[in-house]
Design a protein around this ligand. Sequence first.
Ligand code: ZN
Length: 201
Amino acid sequence: MSETENNWLETILLENKNFRNRISTENLPVERTPGSLAVMTCMDPRVNLQAIGIPGFSEQGEGSSAIRIIRTIGGMADERSLLIGIFLAGIREIAVLMHTDCGCCLANSKMDLITSNLEHRLSETQLQRFKENIGEPFQEKLAAWLKVFDDSHTAIKKEIAAIKSLPFMPDDIIIHGLLYTLASGSIEVVLNGYDENDPRE
Ligand SMILES: [Zn+2]
């Protein structure tokens, strides 16, 4: 382990000590919160969920949101989270929230760099095994596996279609497609899940 990682662990433990001194345990959310809503968004820390009304925890540790949050690169679906979210937590409505300047979009033009980094960081055996797993042509198949994209609007629509075609997806699930602009904090509705489920259309 590198020194940085050791230091971070120390920081984590120190922060936890501060946290426990600051909070009152009766404020901590302990009861399960049944909820029908989930947001699927990017792991990028610049995406502020307060922009769509999901509050953070208070300094005292109070949490008031029942909305499930699934964070992956690009805000792409995680099938396990979706299955448990829908069939155990009771999720009926999902917001797919992508954002401008996404790393998943950047990756589209950086496939050479990703490939060369893989070659440098992995052992030959590891790389070989991974390449076999992904298939040939490697870079092309890797890009597809990573779901890299060059246009956010298209990516949102494609992702929602992919979620809807999952074999376990109920027909009545409502999915909205949203784009968050980092520089302005504004939300654009790319796909309105209510319209799409409107039987009159
Ligand atoms: Zn992103």
